[in-house]
Design a protein around this ligand. Structure first.
Ligand code: ADP
Length: 590
């Protein structure tokens, strides 16, 4: 029941009770003091009476005459009314009693407590009911050698009298009591103010309602605590807000990430995940609807799940310890994934799934490239070596033959140079494309340069050139790469199209940003099933023929990469009327 009381009420009751007990103790103490005082007063009065009677007895020699009845005359004139006077001889026989008519009927009084006590003390007292009158009496007895004189009065120094007598004192106590009540009420109200405010604050906060953090508490210790709590709460709210902001940023970051990321609690319950994570789970598990928690049931992830189970069983990690992590790779439906898991100090953990298909494919392409390059390099080197060895081993070889072999070795050496140059260009475009210097380039000049270079070959093969270009076509590009684009395409047409063909270069469209070029010939064209692959490195249709013609199989790969580096596009198609047509775009001068 006390629990239901407010703090103020309880404080009031406690202090009030303490005060009440204190007051009661004072009253009891005061009462007993008063009682003692009154008994003492009574003793004095009775002492005087017994002494007076003793004086009366010895003055009138009543003991000698055994005429105690004369005491009656004295007892009547005593100032105190209703005093019972008894004279008892030293053996206990009653010699006189003003309240009893026939004393001979009275029993022996020797063993009355007050008589006994007065034997060895100055006087003896006792309180008890009188067998004669049935009232409560206060007996006082003194021993005078031959007899005891006993005086008794009705014992009425009771509380009523006392209370009546101490009326002022009681009024005073009650007044103090009321005053204390009012003061207590005020003090407890004051003391409880901070607590009440704090209670209001806590309730408001719990209900998620707005609380005016500017209000201040009284300037006592509780008030200071209250102000501090509000300050802490205020900071907490600010921290919570900034944390929410950071969390929001993190969320947004998670959603734009290409990686699938998920955070789990120690109990393997999802805390946070992004869409990619679920998508990757779909792909890897081959199931359409999966939740983040399904991760732990997908067999492909068993090594990670086992790792988590093992790691989370171990003791809590030290804050500065290296976080345990595990990484595995999965190849599923032609896609490659890297799965990483990091266990945090509190045993919650993060799982990151990265789609490394592109990287993995690039790695495989590079691997293939390296083996292709070494294969391509081996061919000319083997022939050069063969020619030179033949010459060395046959010192008698005639000069004519020797010269022919040296010339062939030289052709192979040139081929080797071309190959290496092409590989270098390709690598440069791929690895350090950003370092190519861009400037305004005049396409007409480039085409003129290329035509000059191939003039002889063109006339040898009786090939014609048709240009449909305005003057001064200016593009924003890297000159040597654009030169290499036109050189490669033109050389291919000269090499593969066939004699008496025509090569046509035109700008078929332009927009705000790009010129759209077409370079076509009316030669043999490319079989359709090869078309999609001719931009691949080292891809050749008739590899022997291409090699014989000095082709490296890298020409179109360089063309494509160079165009892409300029943010243009390139495609190829067989023309309906025969021959092949390359369509590509290059950025206009800015
Ligand atoms: P290469 O160094 O062998 O010329 P490219 O990458 O330049 O390598 O060309 C790839 C293949 O495409 C060539 O081997 C050739 O068979 C074919 N090709 C390229 N251009 C033409 C064309 N204009 N006409 C016919 N075939 C062509």
């Amino acid at each position: 029941m006390f629990e239901k009381f407010s703090f103020r009420r309880r404080l009031f009751v406690y202090i009030f009770l303490v005060f009440l007990v204190f007051t009661l103790i004072i009253i009891v103490f005061q009462f007993s003091r008063e009682k003692k005082y009154r008994v003492h007063q009574l003793d004095n009065t009775l002492k005087n009476i017994t002494q007076t009677i003793q004086n009366f007895i010895s003055y009138n020699n009543l003991s000698g005459k055994n005429n105690y009845i004369l005491i009656d005359s004295l007892s009547r004139i005593l100032p105190q009314p209703d005093i019972r006077i008894t004279v008892v001889n030293s053996h206990g026989s009653v010699l006189y009693d003003n309240f009893v008519d026939d004393i001979t009927l009275m029993e022996n009084h020797f063993y009355r407590p007050e008589i006994q006590e007065s034997l060895y003390k100055e006087f003896g007292t006792s309180i008890r009911e009188s067998a004669t009158t049935g009232e409560k009496y206060y007996y006082y007895s003194r021993y005078f050698g031959e007899y005891f004189i006993r005086a008794a009065v009705v014992y009425n120094i009771e509380v009523q009298n006392y209370l009546r007598a101490e009326y002022v004192f009681l009024m005073f106590i009650i007044a103090i009591f009321l005053l204390i009540w009012i003061v207590l009420d005020f003090i407890t109200r004051k003391l409880a103010e901070s607590i009440t405010r704090l209670k209001d604050f806590v309730i408001t906060v719990r209900r998620d309602e707005d609380f005016d953090t500017n209000q201040s508490f009284p300037e006592d210790e509780l008030g200071v605590i209250g102000n501090e709590i509000i300050q802490i709460y205020d900071n907490l709210i600010k921290t919570k807000d900034s944390l929410a902001l950071e969390k929001g940023k993190l969320f947004n970051h998670l959603y734009v990430l290409n990686e699938g990321v998920a955070f789990f609690s120690k109990e393997k319950i999802k805390i946070l995940t992004n869409n990619h994570f679920i998508q990757y789970l779909n792909i890897i598990s081959n199931k359409l609807s999966v939740s983040a928690e399904d991760f732990f049931t997908i067999p492909e992830f068993d090594p990670i799940t086992d790792f988590i189970t093992k790691s989370t069983k171990e003791k809590t990690l030290d804050l500065f310890e290296n976080l345990p992590s595990k990484e595995i790779s999965i190849n599923k439906s032609g896609k490659y994934f890297k799965i990483q898991c990091i266990i945090f100090n509190d045993h919650s953990f993060e799982i990151i799934i990265t789609n490394i298909t592109k990287l993995e494919k690039n790695r495989l392409i590079k691997q293939q490239m390296t083996s292709n390059i070494s294969h391509e390099l081996k061919t000319p080197i083997t022939s050069i070596k063969g020619y030179l060895e033949t010459i060395i081993n046959d010192p008698d070889m005639d000069t004519e033959q020797q010269r022919r072999f040296i010339e062939r070795a030289d052709v192979q050496a040139n081929r080797l140079t071309d190959l290496i140059n092409d590989i270098v260009i390709l690598n440069k475009i791929e690895e350090t494309g950003d370092f190519f210097a861009f400037s305004d380039v005049n396409v007409n000049e480039i085409i003129d340069d290329v035509l000059d270079d191939y003039q002889n070959m063109l006339s040898e093969k009786n090939m014609k050139i048709e240009l449909q270009l305005d003057d001064d076509i200016l593009i924003y590009a890297n000159r040597s790469l654009v030169l290499s684009v036109f050189r490669n395409l033109m050389e291919n047409s000269i090499n593969y199209a066939g004699n008496d063909c025509k090569i046509k270069i035109q700008i078929y469209r332009e927009d705000e940003s790009f010129y759209y070029f077409s370079l076509s010939d009316n030669g043999i064209g490319i079989p359709d099933d090869h078309l999609s692959r001719i931009f691949e490195r080292f891809y050749r249709i008739g590899s022997d023929r291409s090699r014989k013609l000095g082709g490296t199989g890298l020409g179109l790969a360089i063309v494509k990469n160079a165009i892409l580096l300029h943010k243009g596009e390139i495609s190829v198609k067989n023309r309906a009327e025969g021959g092949i047509e390359f369509l590509f775009s290059l950025p206009k001068k800015q």
